[in-house]
Design a protein around this ligand. Structure first.
Ligand SMILES: [Cu+2]
Length: 151
């Protein structure tokens, strides 16, 4: 009787510590895992279906943490013609944390020569972020372009 009790108590203790280890491993993976080593952080990228070439220009040329900022998004067709007339939506987040952007950035102004003002950009923590622009125009169709950002 006595040995059975202590055995089940020991088994329960083992189970609890196994669960603690599992949870901390999981958290470790999610919060502290490094981003893939081969990520492209360039500020000029070709869209997924190669319809556009896009360039991001963060205000002041740096990307601060926890601060609202404006970006200029420059859009060209694959053959280099600036794209002014288009619709753009902005999306993004941290792939390793499973959360999106803390704000809802959007294009607020057409600046001409393929430049578009994006307001409301914000990154509220350090690490690897992705920013995705979905672009649609009559001249080049619909496509998406993704930028990797490291803070
Ligand atoms: Cu995060």
């Amino acid at each position: 009787m006595r040995s059975t009790t202590s055995r089940s108590a020991r088994a329960r203790a083992l189970l609890v510590s196994a669960a603690v280890v599992a949870v901390s491993l999981l958290q470790g993976c999610m919060l502290f895992s490094k981003p893939p080593a081969d990520l492209d952080y360039s500020r000029t990228r070709t869209s997924e279906a190669r319809r556009y070439k896009a360039t991001i220009r963060p205000e002041g040329d740096s990307i601060p943490k926890g601060k609202l900022q404006r970006w200029t998004l420059h859009l060209e067709t694959a053959n280099g013609t600036p794209v002014d007339l288009c619709s753009v939506t902005v999306d993004g987040g941290m792939p390793q944390h499973g959360h999106g952007l803390p704000t809802k950035p959007r294009v607020t102004r057409r600046l001409g020569n393929g430049d578009h003002l994006v307001e409301g950009m914000k990154f509220n923590m350090g690490g690897w972020w992705v920013v995705k622009f979905r672009v649609a125009s009559a001249v080049a169709g619909a496509d998406s372009v993704v930028f990797n950002v490291k803070l």
